[in-house]
Design a protein around this ligand. Structure first.
Ligand code: ADP
Length: 483
């Protein structure tokens, strides 16, 4: 019998209703767990519970909030092996990737435990004599946190930790495919000392509970990571005007490789950035832009490297790449390969792979011979698919890189300092990497893109306070000065 998990509202499990079976994408015969599916009524109760908990939680001291986050961070870190195993089992990334993600979640909780104790306000002299001015940061209220399946614990942590740290209460809806990691995170935080209702979990379908979580009058802010289509729905939905919205959407991330690049390093950047986590990262290096005289050497070396790239059960030690998350993502990957072929590209690899256990396996795919404007180089595939485009020189490479509509992360491989500096200055991406994959970021600095990739203030690190608080400017005339 598999375990059944449920939504959590006001600190209590929500029983009853239909259940959903979650299977392991590496082995479809393995049931990871069952989860009770929340409906609109549960979503409404969760919002009400968060609203009710807000006066209590928002009046706690920064030290009290810091202690909760620190304790939760310690537990997440201490249980990294176990939680990493669950994550690999429900999402399909390899064990080292999954464990690394859990550690990241623990680090984020610890970071915000410290961040909330830092000074955030200003005390100024007024431009009017005798008046004091102070600018303070205050929580916004109830925050809906809506997350995708590809980082089942790190993305929730980087939204929930700052939301709670700065005194907000939360309704959290994880993606349908990965309820287990989400449930564990909520359980750990609730046992670490949160008052009832400060953090609520809604395990429901986006299409059913989403509108309540994004438009209910008691919701003051929505932070969302997911597809461009859903992001647009959220932005356009009729909601109270004062609602804050933060969206992290897709990425089509160019990795420019110029003639003077260190070839071995460029290959690692492309292979790790493109195929790590089965390419299911919004920062994936899915679009390589190679200058003419390195293009063929690069393709040959990448092919050689992929010959040693193993695909298998996410929890098999030493494996390079796990399965695709589910059948619909697998269909989407194959669809984009078909489109690339139709548009004149050559596809190497990308075949469905059959192993001893039935899972959603495919080999890494390299797409060659397309031009920058082709579909494969414009749209996000979100799978183990990397396209390499040939350009004449660095100037053309930069123009092509900057033509991406989803400018989340852009990289360059070069040994020339001047080229690196020029790219850093002139790239139109939100994040720029030099001699690094486009994926792989720190937790203490801002994360986000430009164009269709992001909306609203940046996430993570010292930037998080901008979204998760609102400022108050107070003017005080202390009265006649006493002698
Ligand atoms: P993905 O392709 O990563 O699944 P989605 O945008 O479909 O991207 O899903 C991201 C998150 O948004 C998931 O938690 C999903 O359940 C949720 N979601 C889907 N539809 C809606 C909606 N209409 N309103 C709010 N959230 C939604």
């Amino acid at each position: 019998m598999s375990r059944t998990i449920t939504s959590v509202v006001g600190g209590s499990p929500v029983t009853g209703g239909s259940t959903h079976t979650d299977v392991n994408p590496s082995d479809l015969a393995d049931v990871v767990l069952e989860h009770g599916e929340a409906d609109v009524a549960v979503a409404q109760q969760a919002v009400a519970a968060a609203a009710q908990a807000f006066p209590t939680w928002s009046r706690t001291t920064p030290w009290q909030r810091s202690e909760v986050l620190d304790k939760a961070g310690s537990e997440v870190l201490a249980r990294a092996d176990e939680l990493g195993d669950l994550l690999a089992r429900e999402e399909g990334k390899t064990l080292p990737e999954a464990r690394g993600e859990v550690v990241r979640a623990g680090q984020i909780l610890k970071y915000f435990a410290g961040a909330v104790l830092q000074p955030h306000g200003h005390q100024l002299d007024s431009v009017r004599p005798g008046v004091d001015v102070s600018v303070t940061r205050e929580p916004i209220g109830v925050v809906s946190v809506i997350t995708p399946w590809n980082f089942p614990i790190a993305i929730p942590a980087w939204k929930i930790a700052p939301a709670l740290a700065f005194g907000n209460t939360v309704v959290f809806k994880p993606a349908e495919l990965v309820p287990g990691s989400a449930w564990e995170l909520v359980d750990i935080l609730n046992r670490s000392g949160l008052p009832e209702g400060a953090l609520n979990l809604v395990l429901g379908r986006g299409s059913s509970v989403g509108p309540t979580l994004t438009t209910d009058a008691a919701v003051n802010a929505v932070t969302f990571t997911g597809s461009v289509a859903t992001g647009r729905l959220i932005l356009d939905a009729p909601a109270p005007l004062g609602r804050k919205v933060q969206l992290e959407l897709g990425g089509k991330n160019p990795l420019v490789i110029v003639d003077d690049a260190d070839l071995a390093l460029a290959v690692e950047c492309l292979v790790q950035g493109g195929f790590g986590s089965t390419g299911q990262r919004c920062t994936a290096s899915s679009f390589a832009v190679a200058t003419d005289s390195i293009h063929d050497r690069l393709v040959e070396a990448v092919q050689e490297r992929l010959g040693r790239w193993s695909v298998g059960d996410a929890r098999t030690p030493g494996i390079d790449m796990g399965p695709v998350v589910d059948p619909s993502q697998l269909r989407q990957n194959q669809h984009y390969l078909d489109v690339a072929r139709r548009e004149g590209g050559e596809v190497l690899g990308g075949e469905l792979v059959e192993l001893d256990t039935e899972g959603h396996y495919m080999s890494p795919a390299l797409v060659l011979g397309t031009s920058a404007g082709d579909t494969i180089n414009r749209e996000e595939v979100f799978g183990p698919v990397v396209s390499v485009v040939r350009v004449a020189d660095y100037a053309e490479a930069l123009a092509v890189a900057n033509s991406s509509a989803m400018n989340l992360s852009a990289g360059i491989c070069t040994t020339d300092l001047a080229t690196a500096a020029h790219f850093r200055r002139n790239s139109r991406a939100g994040m720029v990497m030099v001699n690094l994959p486009t994926a792989g970021v720190d937790f203490h600095v801002p994360f986000g893109g430009r164009g269709d990739s992001s909306y609203g203030p940046r996430e993570q690190g010292f930037a998080a306070i901008d979204f998760f608080t609102t400022s108050k400017t107070a003017y005080t005339l202390p009265g006649s000065p006493r002698n």
